[in-house]
Design a protein around this ligand. Structure first.
Ligand code: ATP
Ligand code: MG
Length: 452
């Protein structure tokens, strides 16, 4: 029996006893019973007061419990209920308090999970936007803002406020109509020349649905594909020229030209030159594939001044043809630690260009020095120079400037500088070029200085 019921019972008993003693006192005119009924009356009044107080307190506790349960049900922050020990509702209040604690823990957990999910969504390289049935944006991640090139507000708004690309809008409309997922490659989703792969998914849940737009920037993939196509096209074209010449002159010789001693010597010289061109082209292509596969040989300690002297020797004949002087200005004690082959390819290509594109009687000067954590070497010539509009393109594979291509007098395939650039990049270095038409060109390569 709870406290309130006990008090009701006791008050009832006292009240009954008081009435009985009052009746006896009235009928018997007994002063003892008068006295007893008076005391019982007073006790009854006190018990009634106590009963009213207990009843009021119980109601107050019940109201607080009701209030807290209401908040729990409606997902608001419920306050724990404080009840005195021995109260009739103590156990109920404790149970409600336990529920409040559990809900708080669950809320914290789900908030943590939501913020973790949010973090993950925002580092994804894929743009995600969720559109509700009423065409409002329910969610979008930061990559979607990058793809659309605009901030996406968190307030309630239509997806047409964020997406303006006609093709994408038509796709989303069509998914709303047909209720079927669609996929497409779209160029210029925002106002920049990027290609984005977009998938608009129809997602049905219970009786409602939403639309998920997933966008991925594939500009780089498309560029790489295009570069591979260009490379194959250019490489086959470049390979075809010497092969056609070799087979053409060999056939002419076999058809009788070899009988003439002068023709024989001339055609064999052409075949020899074209074979050299073919070999150098194949070597260049092989170098590109080695650099791309990050293949490198061991690091050597290189004495730079004598290294460049040796390189000058191999190219002296070429320089003599144009009467170009080769000047080595490197201090004799400068030493660097790096892969010998890579440095040789870089230096050979730059010095070869400096000689090839020089003027009669010009100069090629090589300089090098250390600057803290890096070291640099410069190859300067007094040659034709490169037009400003072409400087940005000379490191592209197979690119040759108008001057060297049109006149067709300087042999080359346009692979040399692209190999140099790839090598320098693979060594975490930088290559820069300064040039003035008719004055000359200076290439500077900066590389990390590896301490011994
Ligand atoms: P390859 O080196 O493959 O035999 P290439 O010399 O034509 O052929 P790159 O070395 O890549 O090719 O150079 C690309 C183009 O840049 C050259 O065709 C030339 O027009 C220009 N160029 C490079 N170096 C110089 C230079 N020192 N002076 C003037 N133009 C240059
Ligand atoms: Mg070259």
């Amino acid at each position: 029996m709870n406290k309130l019921n006990k008090q009701i019972l006791i008050t009832g008993v006292i009240g009954t006893l008081a009435v009985i003693s009052l009746i006896i006192a009235v009928f018997d005119s007994d002063s003892f019973f008068e006295y007893v009924s008076l005391i019982l009356g007073v006790v009854w009044l006190l018990a009634m007061g106590q009963l009213l107080i207990t009843n009021y307190q119980s109601h107050r506790v019940l109201r607080r419990i009701h209030h807290s349960v209401d908040k729990l049900v409606n997902d608001n922050d419920a306050i724990p209920i404080l009840v005195r020990p021995g109260d009739d509702y103590k156990r109920l209040a404790d149970s409600v308090n336990d529920l409040i604690d559990k809900k708080e823990n669950q809320d914290e957990e789900s908030n943590y999970q939501a913020s973790e999910t949010e973090k993950i969504m925002n580092v994804l390289p894929i743009g995600v936007m969720v559109i509700g049935e009423n065409k409002d944006v329910i969610y979008s991640n930061s990559q979607m803002e990058t793809i659309l090139s605009k901030p996406i507000g968190e307030e309630k708004h239509l997806y047409t406020d964020d997406i303006t690309n006609y093709e994408l809008l038509t796709m989303i409309d069509s998914v709303f109509d047909k209720k079927e997922t669609q996929k497409s490659e779209i160029t210029e989703v925002a106002d920049d020349p990027k290609t984005t792969e977009v998938q608009v998914m129809y997602n049905h849940i219970n009786s409602s649905f939403h639309i998920i737009v997933i966008a991925y920037d594939i500009t780089e993939v498309i560029n790489i594909k295009q570069m591979q196509i260009d490379f194959l096209r250019n490489a086959s074209h470049e390979l075809k020229t010497p092969v056609t010449a070799i087979s053409g002159f060999a056939k002419t010789l076999l058809d009788g030209a070899m009988e003439d001693h002068d023709d024989l010597a001339e055609f064999l010289t052409i075949i020899d030159k074209q074979s050299e061109q073919l070999t150098s082209l194949i070597n260049d292509i092989l170098t590109i594939s080695h650099v791309q596969n990050h293949e490198s040989s061991a690091v050597n300690l290189i004495d730079l001044a004598s290294f460049i002297d040796a390189e000058f020797k191999t190219q002296q004949n070429q320089a003599n043809k144009l009467n170009v002087s080769l000047i080595n200005e490197i201090e004799p004690d400068l030493q660097v630690r790096m892969d010998n082959n890579s440095l040789q390819r870089i230096a050979r290509n730059l010095i070869s260009n400096a000689i090839k594109y020089n003027r009669q009687g010009g100069q090629v000067t090589v300089n090098a020095n250390r600057e803290g954590d890096i070291w640099y070497f410069k190859v300067a010539d007094t040659g034709t120079g490169i037009a400003q509009k072409e400087i940005g393109r000379i490191f592209e594979r197979f690119y040759r400037t108008d001057a060297s291509r049109n006149k067709q007098k300087i042999a080359g395939t346009g692979l040399g500088l692209s190999i140099v650039k790839e090598l320098v990049d693979s060594l975490s270095g930088k290559i820069t070029v300064e040039s003035q038409r008719g004055v000359g060109t200076t290439f500077t390569v900066r590389l990390p200085y590896v301490k011994g």
